[in-house]
Design a protein around this ligand. Sequence first.
Ligand SMILES: [Zn+2]
Length: 390
Amino acid sequence: MVESGASNWNIRFKHLYVFVMFCLLTSSSVGQQPFVEYSERDSAYLSRLHTRVRGPLAVEQLRPRGVPRWQLIARRKLTELLGLDVIARDNRGYQSQVRLQDAIADDGFSRTLGKIETEAGIEIPFWLLIPNGEDHPPRPLAVCAQGHGGNSWNNYAGIYQNAAEREKALARNATPGLEAVRRGYITIVPAVRGLATVASIADPKGRHGNQLCRAQLVHCLLAGRTAIGERVWDCQKVLDWALTGLPNVDTKRVLFTGNSGGGVLTVYMAALDERITVAVPSCSFTSYTDLSGFVFHCDCCLVPRVQSELGDFSDIGALVVPRYLLAVHGKQDGLHHYPAVEAAMTRVARVYGLLNQEDKFAHRWGQEGHKFYPDIMWPFIENAFAELHK
Ligand SMILES: [Zn+2]
């Protein structure tokens, strides 16, 4: 009986052990679940293609003393890969022009519709929001870039076509321009090429899947440009104008932010343009591909050869060091994958750590989906602006 009892205990213990191990294995594997499943053949190929590539300008081997040289070389390469040299060549001798309509008084600020011609015949509309109070000391500048969504640049500035659009925008906190001007910042909300309908080229016969951003991409690639490159070009022209032509702007306090496609643009803008002193990419700043080879961003964000000639998107975001950078993600964002984001942010944090600038980079998770998280972003921005104002 004793033997039998001991044996029962052994069996029970084994069952318990197997059960515990099963629980441990399944719970630990939840975080490691692949974002997507490829066939064995595809998986082997994509792994070879993407994850074994180590871009020559990736940050793995970077040492503190090498950071300035790395930034110089990587920015030059990024400028080339984005086709910015080609856009500059196409516009040699051309001066961008800005036209402003009459200002309209709003609640505590003025609202002006402007247009900037960034290339001959290419007019990019934007909202200029200026807080009331002419005698105020110089104010920070905020540029809020929309993501995919034909009219969202208007929403960002608090303009809606109808009640349903307003409700949708408010639910996603997609009003960063309005929030910025209410916080006392001179604010610009540009339409983004290929993302805003008004700043897109047509897709006749639906050749590019009736997606304006894809149409932009294909035309750009054929001509040696990229869609991102055109967006960066436009926003740099906006900055040129705002930082020299607008009164009362504190050029040391310049925020660039955007969600989704606007967040991708934020990373590229801040990586290249040191006039931006605070960058907040929302629901966008992750690696180009995960371990399975899945490509996270929309096709229109494609930069040819970037993995093989430069590095990962996290390496590009790390170019922002030592300026302020906050990456925000949503835990329930179906477009991104927690482990991939965490790995990418670890790479960025390491570069900030190399220069002892850890406090200028932060990565935060919101509890919801693909949207802005004002409660997370504004305290970081306010703190950064306070530090820059000292
Ligand atoms: Zn797109």
